[in-house]
Ligand binder design. Structure first.
Ligand code: ADP
Ligand code: MN
Length: 269
């Protein structure tokens, strides 16, 4: 019933979709044979039915929109996201600092690229689970095969991903109010950062308006493959950077932000 064919068709036209041939070429390039086999198996085992446009083509990973045909033929396809870590390029030097100090990775991290990429994928999978367990909004991790992570799609039924926080727009009503609509989101985010630290015992370590999605007054944390344990030797250094990035963004949005120091104390105590 399900075509054993990987459709890389660029999906529907529009926002957050593959828009031109050059984009498409990029996304096809990273489909090496190993990745292709993993995706075929995911289709055969009915985790997904097809893969559509690239939502994002990044330095370290590509994210695709996939769908799963539901049992009930009348129901709309179930949306999924697939993050495929790149195995080919030397993007690992950059990330080594996140691994150093985490003894359980040290011995394994001396391997080849694929081994390292698998570690990043595994780490993201595990960290997403931890966030979910703590009730922090993020994609539910569904399946991990090597460097390919299948997760819940954060977006609408048609396959349009929620915007990044930096692209968030607000309804007329919320703009007419006297309060800056960004302020409650700022407060919400500080709460999430504290929970991440206190409950998950993690520091995101790449937190910014790019790694937070926004929908319906709610923030979703994504991209946690580089997140570190709270007792990592550089955890507090990374936390300060996260706090600074978040503060810089909300200040640009006109929010009267708290001092970084105050936020730091709020998060760690
Ligand atoms: P990168 O390492 O390339 O930054 P991210 O995990 O941040 O990878 O994902 C890149 C982009 O893909 C995100 O900014 C977001 O727009 C989109 N994205 C990632 N995960 C999902 C998801 N589960 N649902 C919808 N969109 C997603
Ligand atoms: Mn990202």
């Amino acid at each position: 019933r399900h075509a054993a064919k990987i459709k890389l068709d660029g999906g529907k036209e529009g926002k957050n979709r593959t828009k031109d041939k050059s984009d498409r070429a990029t996304s096809e390039l990273v489909m090496d044979d190993r990745t292709r086999v993993i995706l075929y198996k995911m289709i055969q085992q009915n985790h997904i039915s097809g893969i559509h446009g690239a939502i994002s083509t990044g330095k370290e990973a590509n994210v695709y929109n996939a769908t799963l045909e539901p049992e009930d033929d009348d129901a709309p396809p179930i949306q999924r996201a697939i993050k495929i870590y790149k195995t080919s390029i030397l993007v690992f030097k950059d990330r080594e600092k996140y691994v150093t100090g985490e003894h359980r990775f040290n011995s394994a991290s001396k391997g080849n690229n694929l081994r390292k990429v698998k570690q990043w994928a595994e780490k993201e999978f595990r960290n997403l689970k931890r966030l979910r367990a703590a009730g922090i909004p993020c994609p539910e991790p569904l399946l991990l095969k090597s460097h390919v992570l299948l997760m819940e799609f954060l977006g609408d039924k048609r396959g349009y991903a929620y915007p990044k926080l930096r692209e968030a727009t607000f309804s007329q009503e919320s703009q007419e109010g006297s309060e800056n609509p960004w302020r409650p989101l700022y407060i919400q985010l500080l709460g999430l950062m504290r929970k991440l630290y206190q409950v998950c015992k993690l520091v995101h370590a790449d937190l910014s308006e790019y790694n937070i999605l926004y929908h319906d007054n709610k923030l979703y944390i994504i991209d946690v493959s580089q997140s570190v344990e709270h007792d990592h030797p550089r955890a507090l250094e990374f936390l300060r950077i996260d706090i600074k990035n978040v503060g810089d963004f909300f200040r640009r949005m006109g929010v009267d932000t708290l001092q970084d120091r105050t936020i730091f104390d709020f998060i760690i105590s």
